[in-house]
Ligand binder design. Structure first.
Ligand code: SAH
Ligand code: SF4
Ligand code: F3S
Length: 470
């Protein structure tokens, strides 16, 4: 059993010195510079961006909502699929004209893409106006990196270590009620299509006392819901020698006063234990929602993906979960067009969607990732066939999602209000215990409150309703 180190106090103090230095420089300039942080990818990256913004805030920066107004632009990138990468290159390209107009503008590119072989080199050569490039393992060194860039040095910091954990970094979160708390970093699973273990390193769990103290802090700041984050939260604690697993962590988080809802993401099916199902069913604070990526329904493809379960085994987990929590909201991820997937394999995926009847799926067409085993595997379907299958799957799932949502009509749901609805500021938006989005008429004073909403309208992706009581 190994227990990976945390970044030392001394090193964090060294970074603090850079923070103070930049703060003084900004204070002397008489005007707070504006930062714009744009984030791609998953919740882990969004959580990292909250830390980047926290450090920027400590360094005396304010924030703006448009790239054009910024004195500092940071792109926090994702490498999971090619289209995510293309968007990043497009956006780096677009900053060139901005930099011409505003020579003092600083541009930093960070995150998962920067840990990929060759990417930092490519940026160095093709985009000479990028001032800073740093990977996921260098996040805590951002103050030092920015200090270098402010002294007109180009800084490249993409060292590929498994990254000891840096605790106590400032965090600028979204406003209450929801706080995202990472409980572990990295992944050991090496699904053959996936780049994440290469760019995020091996699994490292945070110490339970650090997680609990962060949850206590956010509770005291008025957050009422926490989302515990990790690429595979069910293996939380496997690398610690204290014997605490994820089920135990969940029940201890539930004991913290002020926190009313606890969610988590993501769970690998192979690691769903009876203990976890028990604790979810027992603890009223744990939301009855489970994101359980299946990826596909064919045993042959699941084996090639290195997912370590079969379709039958997966269905058995779903049965166990539903036996204890009949109303649980289940969601999943699906990849269409993995190398070697035939139309018969795809039919198995449709079959599992019909058998499980997920509330929602997140679906992707396979994207080749250099350096992963699947990149070397033979393909058989054409792009056109893959798109046809993808469209068919969406059609099948949309019907299922709508049928499930229709059952909510007339029900009264407890909704934790998160903010204004995206489309209409006269409407507010929040989530049910199961994580379903509900829009209803109301005003900003409701943000952070738990309200009862009677569902009067259903759509494929969301519900609409009328507020009953606050
Ligand atoms: N750790 C999580 C999520 C990883 S990334 C998990 O294991 O579920 C989120 C999703 O992106 C994955 O579940 C998978 O469906 C998808 N994904 C990962 N690599 C991909 C690739 N190369 N092409 C297409 N989709 C991919
Ligand atoms: Fe990628 Fe698989 Fe790890 Fe998820 S579990 S991050 S899909 S390797
Ligand atoms: Fe993307 Fe990195 Fe998350 S590759 S999906 S941002 S861990």
């Amino acid at each position: 059993m190994i227990c990976l180190a945390e970044i030392s106090r001394e090193e964090l103090m060294r970074q603090k010195d850079f923070i103070n230095k930049i703060f003084d420089l900004n204070a002397r300039s008489g005007k707070k510079p504006l930062a714009f942080v744009e984030t791609y990818g998953c919740a882990q990256n969004f959580s990292d961006s909250e830390k980047i913004s926290g450090m920027l805030s400590d360094m005396g920066f304010d924030f703006c909502a448009r790239r054009n107004d910024a004195d500092l632009i940071i792109f926090n990138t994702c490498a999971v699929r090619e289209n995510a990468e293309m968007r990043v290159y497009g956006n780096i390209g677009a900053v060139k004209t901005l930099k011409r107009r505003k020579p003092g503008l600083l541009l930093g590119v960070c995150g998962c893409m920067m840990q990929q072989n060759g990417v930092a080199e490519k940026i160095k050569k093709r985009y000479p106006y990028v001032d800073m490039v740093f990977g996921t393992h260098a996040l805590y060194r951002f103050p030092e990196i920015l200090s270098g860039a402010m002294e007109k040095r180009r800084v490249f910091d993409t060292e590929n270590s498994d990254g000891a954990i840096a605790e106590d970094i400032s965090c600028r979160r979204d406003k209450p009620p929801l706080a995202k708390i990472p409980v572990m970093y990295g992944c050991n699973n090496f699904c053959t299509y996936c780049i994440v273990p290469y760019v995020r390193g091996r699994e490292r769990s945070r110490k339970i006392e650090n997680i609990l103290s962060e949850v206590k802090n956010v509770a005291s700041e008025g957050y009422r819901e926490v989302m515990l984050l990790g690429q595979n939260v069910n293996s939380y604690g496997n690398d610690l020698d204290c014997g605490t697993g994820f089920a135990e962590l969940l029940s201890r988080v539930c004991r913290i006063d002020g926190i009313e809802r606890v969610r988590f993401m993501t769970s690998h099916p192979k690691d769903i234990s009876d203990e976890l199902i028990e604790v979810m069913a027992r603890e009223p604070k744990i939301c009855k929602q489970l994101h359980l990526p299946v990826q596909c329904g064919s045993d042959r493809i699941l084996a090639k993906m290195n997912r370590k379960y079969t379709k039958e085994k997966y269905l058995e987990i779903v049965r166990r979960v539903r036996e204890k929590m009949p109303d649980i909201v289940l969601t999943t991820d699906i990849i269409v067009g993995f190398p070697g997937e035939t139309n018969e394999d795809f039919a198995e995926t449709l079959d599992i969607l019909k058998k499980v009847r997920y509330d929602t799926i997140f679906s992707f067409i396979y994207s080749k990732r250099a350096g992963t085993p699947a990149a070397e595997m033979e393909d058989c379907l054409t792009e056109e066939e893959k798109h046809r299958n993808f469209d068919e799957m969406i059609k099948v799932q949309n019907e299922i999602s709508k049928e499930i949502n229709d059952k909510y009509l007339g029900r009264t749901e407890k909704v934790l209000v998160e903010g204004e609805s995206k489309n209409d500021p006269a409407y507010m938006c929040g989530r049910t215990d199961g994580g379903k989005i509900v829009n209803f008429k109301g005003d900003k004073s409701l943000v952070g409150k738990m309200v009862s909403v009677c569902i009067t309208k259903t759509q494929t992706w969301s519900l609409g309703g009328e507020i009953r009581e606050v």
